[in-house]
Design a binder for this molecule. Structure first.
Ligand SMILES: Cc1cc2nc3c(=O)[nH]c(=O)nc-3n(C[C@H](O)[C@H](O)[C@H](O)COP(=O)(O)O)c2cc1C
Length: 345
């Protein structure tokens, strides 16, 4: 890692992996986002970037073990894809990790960052940060059950336990006792009471220097940074300090940013530079889903931001929002919406 370089120099440098990092796919990932990064969304994002590591929404162990649906369903095209699990029962987590490995997932990630009440009642998410030995036990149980990487996504602190020493103790315990070799650090502490999860995505402020320090102090671990990253320029600046960046809201709301990731971050050819071609490349997938009874709108809701910054973007968004949920809506709706984008070919 080039830890001493100033972030402002980064935009001039091509950020190509310098070493065979333990988990090279971590250079750039899209964050797990409940209700957003479902399998339709991930299929779509994959058309924009071949290399980006995609995370599922959090899936609870309870849903997998006791639920009626297939919560592990995904498309082969999504690889590399990581399953994020929510839970704190080591044996259930191990069981779910095993099932996920059998289904072909590339990584298991444990959620130690979500602050919502529902999550706390189930004793998982960010509140687990207060119980590092249990997180270590969970990671160890999963690692013993599978051979794919087991990673942890966490915060820089919870409530008033926000000292750097607390964070280091957590990482030390989970890496040494649990064997975790890769962490994603959301650079904002979690408030477990008094703030909604939405508010807790803006407050309190982000602390990037603390995350950089953590990487320096645990240089043998693979560490990605998350929180508030809005552009590939910013991502490259973080990569001067970190092994990887994870982008959440910006990647979802402005998915076009992913089109340059393969070239700019991974140093390979770009997958999906032309947004119109990306829309049309979705058609076979959409046809297949429609024939299985999926509503068009459940897929196209993830595509609304694709033309951000291009003339006609608003009309694209509006046409899809108004028409994709209608009974019988099909590919014709997308073709009509494309006509409203000035940049169409
Ligand atoms: C709609 C939404 C749902 C989210 N769901 C999850 C989740 O299931 N698991 C998780 O670890 N984080 C979840 N998060 C947090 C994100 O993974 C990420 O840590 C956070 O949005 C900060 O990154 P960003 O500033 O790039 O968006 C969610 C965030 C959003 C906006």
């Amino acid at each position: 890692m080039q830890q001493n370089k100033e972030p402002q120099n980064a935009s001039q440098t091509s950020v190509i992996p310098e070493k065979s990092a333990l988990y090279p796919a971590h250079r750039f990932s899209v964050a797990p986002m409940l209700d957003w990064t479902d399998r339709h969304c991930r299929y779509f994002l994959r058309l924009l970037s071949r290399q980006t590591l995609l995370y599922t929404e959090m899936v609870t162990t309870g849903a997998i073990v006791h639920g009626k649906g297939d919560y592990l369903a995904y498309s082969e095209e999504e690889h590399p894809v990581a399953l994020q699990l929510g839970g704190s029962d080591p044996s259930q987590l191990a069981q779910c990790a095993k099932l996920a490995e059998e289904r072909g997932y590339d990584e298991i990630n444990l959620n130690v960052g979500c602050p919502s009440d529902r999550v706390q009642n189930g004793m998982f998410g960010a509140c687990l940060m207060g119980n590092a030995p249990l997180v270590a036990e969970c990671v160890k149980a999963m690692r013993d059950a599978v051979s794919i990487p087991v990673t942890v996504k966490t915060r820089i602190g919870i409530d008033d336990r926000d000292s750097y020493a607390f964070l280091c103790d957590f990482i030390e315990t989970v890496s040494v006792s649990g064997g975790c070799e890769a962490f994603i650090i959301h650079a904002r502490k979690a408030w477990l009471s008094g703030l909604s999860p939405k508010e807790n995505r803006e407050i309190p402020p982000l602390d990037y220097p603390r995350v950089y320090q953590l990487k320096r102090d645990f240089s043998h671990l693979t560490m990605s940074i998350n929180g508030g990253i809005r552009s590939l320029e910013e991502a490259k600046a973080h990569l001067q300090h970190m092994d990887g960046v994870m982008v959440g809201r910006e990647a979802y709301q402005n998915p076009g940013m992913l089109a340059a990731v393969d070239r700019e971050i991974f140093g390979t050819a770009s997958a999906g530079a032309d947004p119109v071609a990306v829309v049309r490349a979705m058609y076979p997938y959409i046809e297949g889903e429609l024939s299985r009874g999926t509503y068009l709108g459940h897929i196209t809701r993830h595509m609304l931001g694709l033309f951000q910054g291009i003339p006609g973007a608003r009309q694209w968004r509006r046409y899809l929002s108004e028409n994709a949920h209608k009974a019988g809506a099909d590919i014709k709706v997308l073709e009509e919406a494309l006509k409203r984008v000035a940049d169409k070919r």
